[in-house]
Design a protein around this ligand. Sequence first.
Ligand code: PRP
Ligand code: ZN
Ligand code: MG
Length: 220
Amino acid sequence: MSTVQGRLRIAVQKSGRLSERSLDLVRDAGLRVVKGNNDLLYRVENYPIDLLRVRDDDIPTFVADGVCDLGIVGENVLEEVRNGGPTAEVLMPLGFGRCTLKIAIPPTLAYDGPASLDGLRIATSYPKILRRWLDERNIAADIVTMRGAVEVAPRLKLASAICDLVSTGATLEANGLAPKETVLDSQAVLIKSPVAPEAGLQHLLDSIIERMAGVVSSQG
Ligand code: PRP
Ligand code: ZN
Ligand code: MG
């Protein structure tokens, strides 16, 4: 049987904390990635697969909608963009990109547990996750959503506290902020689309997932 086949697509972060390790995983799984002249798309030369290089925030939607068959993304992003619609299936944790979403405060703020946040303004790029965490504790705080540079919010008097990702802790330290509460622990995960690939590509998809699992378990 000879049919014209399409290509599988894997969504990876274009630039950021997961980019390099995501490419490493793909390569370690046996995919020879070649950079084309198009920065959005890297081609795999030994299989009918393309890597779609996008903003991490877009990855869950691309995979949920079937634009991409697989994606590599942080649990933090996955959790934040979760909505009522169809969702990507989490296949496995990948053991890299570990970070923690934390509430941090300047030294001038008196702090005696989560209740101290009541009535304050908190700056974050993760308003949904933070809101849920606050609601679970019956804390009425205002959330200021910022796309980046959350760590400067207290100095600018934009907010009294922040809720941001911490990995090494260098950013908090450089900004004189002290971590107080852990809101979410996160690492990179492999996600799969609820939309099946065209029939001719199902085998390849399964075998790529299997190989990635092998790479991850060999690194465990
Ligand atoms: C996060 C966070 C801090 C930094 C913390 O940003 O917003 O800026 O990482 O890391 P550290 O504890 O090692 O200093 P991220 O890399 O996710 O990029 P973004 O803020 O541009 O989204
Ligand atoms: Zn992002
Ligand atoms: Mg940052």
